[in-house]
Ligand binder design. Sequence first.
Ligand SMILES: [Zn+2]
Ligand SMILES: [Zn+2]
Length: 383
Amino acid sequence: MADKRDYYEILGVSKTATESEIKSAFRKKAKECHPDLNPGDKAKEAQFKELNEAAEILSDPDKRAKYDQFGHAAFDPSMGGQDPFAGGGFGGFGDFGDILGQMFGGGFGGFGGGQTRNGPIPGDDLRYNLTITFEEAAFGAEKEITIPREETCETCHGTGAKPGTEPVTCKTCNGTGQVRTQQSTILGSFTSTRPCTACHGTGKIISDPCSDCRGAGRVRKNLKKKVKIPAGIDNGQSLCLRGMGSAGHRGGPNGDLYVTISVRPHRQFVRKGFDLYLEIPISYTTAALGGSLTVPTLKESVKYQVPAGTQTGSTFRLRDQGIQRLNANGKGDLLVTVNIEVPKHLNDEQKKLLEQFAETLGESAEGRSSKKSSFGRGSNGKK
Ligand SMILES: [Zn+2]
Ligand SMILES: [Zn+2]
């Protein structure tokens, strides 16, 4: 979620703003872009959503502290943080519901957790799992995905009524979506309200439903979408495509689409962060004498000079031969671990030369030759 704006910037407050400053900034800005006051304005809807999110995080001292420390990553589900909208949504945080209640006379539907059914309701967020290759993650890619989602019915433009007809105001509740009942008891009369059953709380009756969506106002369609995968993305990270989720109801904003990336492992390289790890064999002589080593990278092979006396298991760091840093400049490194290969089959001449070499080290040839070996002469050469 690298395209996310800074929460303080969204609210137009400083990093040291007090809680009441944050609330008053939110109140002022929410008035400008509230969807109820700007019906059909997608940009304002998105702005309002962004504003809600910023206010939710910054008005909660715990969440604010996390945000100050980790930024958006603290709440990015792919980073193992907490989804700010998991559990409750906007209705859950006390004060803001009140603020909006005052502002809009209590009829704050949709964003408030659905107390009223005839306000705008945001569309569902969608999730999609996309598997890509190791190279696609390293270099970036563009992939087309197909995902079923609810879209506004084009035939009726979301009203649910057959073209040429319109939903009519419910007579039972006079369009309020609620019915009041009065009960007389010994203690006096009580008035209670409950959702209207005739219109299911919507306030409208569709007498002639649209044949394409059967009155729902939305239809299920397959969305084909090209997704740009940024270079450096890693397994388990998500991309958020704002407004690409299901269509909202009654002018509510679209949900978002979260694309979670699975990266196939590479047959040679192992990735940790932006660094690559590789193990390659090296001959005994190259290790002992030093020499040029051909090291594969993700793009092409490079030469690396190993020093004389290289031990098995040694690791060399090749700077900037790793993976492009996600949304940043520079690359990680390539860490090459060399393993000395001991030859399995030697011809007579090679054996002879190695034995001569061993003698120069003061090692005895005794006990090495398999033909001469017998029990009781257990030592494998002394040092
Ligand atoms: Zn329709
Ligand atoms: Zn009704």
